[in-house]
Design a protein around this ligand. Structure first.
Ligand code: HEC
Ligand code: HEC
Length: 273
């Protein structure tokens, strides 16, 4: 006992304890730490391909390092893509929205110009900049085995969260300022899932805290049920919102009123004669 306490007072004892502590801590850390998000070497080649494609097709708007380009007046050519994740790139490039043709209110869907492999490379490159939502797997969005109850739940969730912009049966609708929410029937379930995850343009982000993966899947189940429903004829008004619907109401409704008024007028005149 005596020798221990004298050793403890040795000037190097403190340093030794500190070193020992650090070694133990380091060992524990390497065992317990979460796996780092760094890409492994198979991804390196993909990231490099993606970066080359990015420099050619995207950097003019999004910047050489994908951190966005600001215009002099504070507006942006393209926002920073750091942290938007692979899902955003897969959605934007996979539906042909990006590369944007010209800056406008809306980035419309158009013909896709990148192959699946190129899109994957672009997505891997952007994801390597900073972690963000990953591309969902088929397990996430496959709703083919959904039960009736799940479809009903999906309808409720759709009506609460999505129908204000996309209409109760997914036909889309006009938003202010020349923007519109597109129809969603016929959209690949993967892109429906990614749209919720990443909130393109004026659509809000529905992260997993707002709508958990199961709720996202039931929404997809509801939309697929709508797609499978037979159409019972009749001319649709295109779902363009109040303008066409108002016009139809005016022409048909007012037309009927005018016809009735004319008829009353004619019979009244005849009755007096
Ligand atoms: C002509 C300019 C232009 C080009 C070229 C372009 N973008 Fe964009 N990009 C934009 C603008 C502007 C937005 C923002 C759209 C909005 O939200 O209104 C955007 C948005 C995005 C988003 C969504 C970001 C988010 O917050 O979810 C992604 C992802 C994206 N671009 C990827 C790409 C990729 C990949 C390419 C190349 C294949 C590309 N863009 C080419 C202008 C451009
Ligand atoms: C505030 C209005 C708004 C709400 C609420 C909204 N969206 Fe959207 N959504 C939009 C707009 C605007 C776009 C078009 C974005 C673009 O073109 O880049 C869009 C695009 C989409 C697309 C892509 C369609 C396609 O064919 O490419 C899907 C799918 C979608 N939304 C699903 C949903 C779902 C599911 C919900 C509810 C969980 C929802 N949206 C809620 C405004 C909205």
């Amino acid at each position: 006992m005596r020798s221990l306490s004298t050793h403890r007072r040795h000037p190097l004892a403190g340093v030794l304890v500190l070193l020992l502590g650090l070694v133990v801590l380091g060992g524990l850390y390497s065992v317990l730490a979460p796996r780092s998000a760094e890409a492994d070497s198979t991804d390196e080649a993909l990231i490099d391909d993606g970066r080359q494609l990015f420099l050619v097709g995207c950097a003019s708007c999004h910047g050489l390092n994908a951190d966005g380009i600001e215009q002099q007046d504070g507006g942006q050519y393209g926002p920073s893509l750091v942290g938007v994740g692979a899902a955003a790139v897969d959605f934007q490039v996979g539906t042909g929205r990006m590369p944007l043709a010209q800056n406008s209110q809306q980035a419309p869907e158009k013909a896709v110009i990148y192959t699946d492999d190129e899109t994957a490379a672009l997505a891997t490159y952007v994801a390597s900049l900073s972690p963000g939502p990953a591309i969902p797997t088929e397990e996430d969005y496959d709703a083919s085995d959904a039960s009736r109850e799940e479809v009903v739940e999906g309808r409720e969730t759709w009506l609460t969260n999505c129908s204000a912009c996309h209409n109760s049966v997914g036909a889309g609708g006009a938003l202010g300022d020349g923007r519109y929410a597109p129809p969603v029937l016929g959209t690949d379930p993967k892109y429906v899932y990614e749209a919720m995850l990443t909130g393109p343009q004026s659509m809000p982000v529905f992260n997993d805290a707002l709508l958990d993966p199961e709720e996202k899947r039931t929404i997809i189940a509801y939309l697929e049920t709508l797609e499978a429903e037979p159409q019972y004829g009749g001319a649709g008004l295109g779902g363009f919102g109040p303008v066409t619907e108002g016009l139809a109401a005016w022409l048909v409704g007012m037309g009927a009123l005018v016809a009735v008024a004319t008829w009353i007028g004619a019979t009244a005149v005849r009755a007096r004669q």
